[in-house]
Design a protein around this ligand. Sequence first.
Ligand SMILES: Cc1cc2nc3c(=O)[nH]c(=O)nc-3n(C[C@H](O)[C@H](O)[C@H](O)COP(=O)(O)O)c2cc1C
Length: 172
Amino acid sequence: MDVFEAVSKRRSIRKYKDTPVEDEKLQNILEVARIAPSAANRQEWKFIVVKNKETREKLVEAANGQAFVGEAPVTIVACSTESERVMPCGQYAYTVDISIAVSFMILEATALGLGTCWLGAFDEEKVRNILNIPERIRVPAMFTVGYADESPHQRPRKHLDEVVSSEKYVTW
Ligand SMILES: Cc1cc2nc3c(=O)[nH]c(=O)nc-3n(C[C@H](O)[C@H](O)[C@H](O)COP(=O)(O)O)c2cc1C
């Protein structure tokens, strides 16, 4: 599967089979995070792989009651180990770095035949407490991984001519 195909086929999956995710596939998913780019190549990140059923149930509550978090066999929690650095462009590096790593992992999971769902609706403090994450560590994202038990259609997107302009910014 090439990158375009993985991007096109990916869907947010919120219904999972019980089937466990093979360790080899999980290793591949984590490897793409390891080799993902980051600002100044600082790699200020840690990824927590959660498979334990009790812990996943606790994460449901931390994720605003989203039940599929407990049903997916794996949740990967992306932590930033340095959250102060601002790039010359004015943006915090950590949110960008973590988003790249998580995007790469989600696409790799898609290429391996797995479903994922990015999670932004969660209480960071509760996730920290459940997973023993120190206060200074930020948690910008987590995502579920497992074999999909649904095949959603592609969700609607804006047309390219609504989001692309040539040479200058255009206010539509
Ligand atoms: C930053 C971010 C946060 C998200 N948070 C959640 C979430 O907490 N729960 C959820 O079910 N989906 C979440 N999603 C999934 C989006 O709802 C989904 O990507 C969007 O509706 C488009 O659907 P698709 O992913 O199937 O193309 C999130 C996606 C992103 C990129």
